[in-house]
Design a protein around this ligand. Sequence first.
Ligand SMILES: Cc1ncc(COP(=O)(O)O)c(C=O)c1O
Length: 388
Amino acid sequence: MSDPIPLSMPDITDDEVRLVVDTLRSGRLSIGPQLEQFERLVAARAGRRHGVGVNSGTSGLHLALLALGIGPGDEVITPAFSFVASANCIEYVGAKPVFVDCDPRTLNMRAEDVEKKITEKTRAIIGVEVFGNPKGMIQLAALSTKYEIPMIEDACEGLGGSWRKDPIGKFGRIAVFGFYPNKQITTGEGGMIVTDDDRIADLCRSMRNQGRASANAERGAGLGSWLTHERLGYNYRLSELQAALGVAQMRRLNDLIHVRQRIADHYTRRLSGNADLIMPTIDDDVDMSWFVYVVRMSDQFSMEERDMIIEGMRRHEVGASNYFPPIPLQPYYARKYGYQPGDFPVAESVSQRTIALPFFPGLTEREIDLVAQTLELMITRTTFARRG
Ligand SMILES: Cc1ncc(COP(=O)(O)O)c(C=O)c1O
């Protein structure tokens, strides 16, 4: 019997532990040098002038919409196939999410599909690099320029990747990264807004810190500035401990991306001959920073069969998951807007067949082979069961 193989696992070394402990001992636990450095590192990686650290990717998206002045009566275009936060942020500001189905190959929105949903009420487009794939983002950026509708890049799954050397985080007027523990780098919980726009950066900085006015207020300098609230703000701050973890992780980002690529390559080599599986399609002009490794069952498999395969893998202590149910069919959205099965056929068909496999830097080649073997065994069993 071998050890259980989890779906995901952060990669933390002594460097991270040391920097977090040093920060803990420094006495400065919020808004300090670690946050500043982390912001500089992430902004530089995305080729942007400003980074504003926040306590989650979701908070970053919320502030991005607020900074663009989006509110009730406005529409925001967003993918049907993404994590729910890509739509929830629109609900937070009282605007209406307008969902767009995905491309079956890249799983991202296609510019021509987005264009059809633009109305006089559209105030932003949220472009997501699904599973870390930036394919098609340049077309979304071009559409955003053509219609003068800003794009918010929900880059929560893509830190460190690029399309023809343009880094993820560079395509939107504002981009947001996420650092949940399954991401390329983690701060435990955390996120980062990046932009070249001074005004947007200042606004986000203020809003994440209870609406305090200036950089001076952030540092507690200037009489009264800590207790002056210029606008409605939030406590979306990222602590110094989280930022220190982020700094140490950012120093290892290239290595982490490299290892994740090696693991993805091994899965691809091991599984790509299997006619029951649709493998991730990554074009040559993309440099992936792999977030997850997700295969799809071919069309003859039903959702129930896919679920049986996942359950079978879990019974064998191999992590596996379905990524993601389409957002419009989540109970909240289906109830509120009346969406029905069949409204987003590609996202539905894809989501009924996805299987996310264990994916994290510590995964060994032996474990990858074991995952692949277990998956193939469960597929064979399911196919036999179908034949009765
Ligand atoms: C596409 C996408 N958007 C937003 C988020 C939200 O990030 P967080 O979990 O940090 O709030 C995530 C991550 O989980 C995500 O995958």
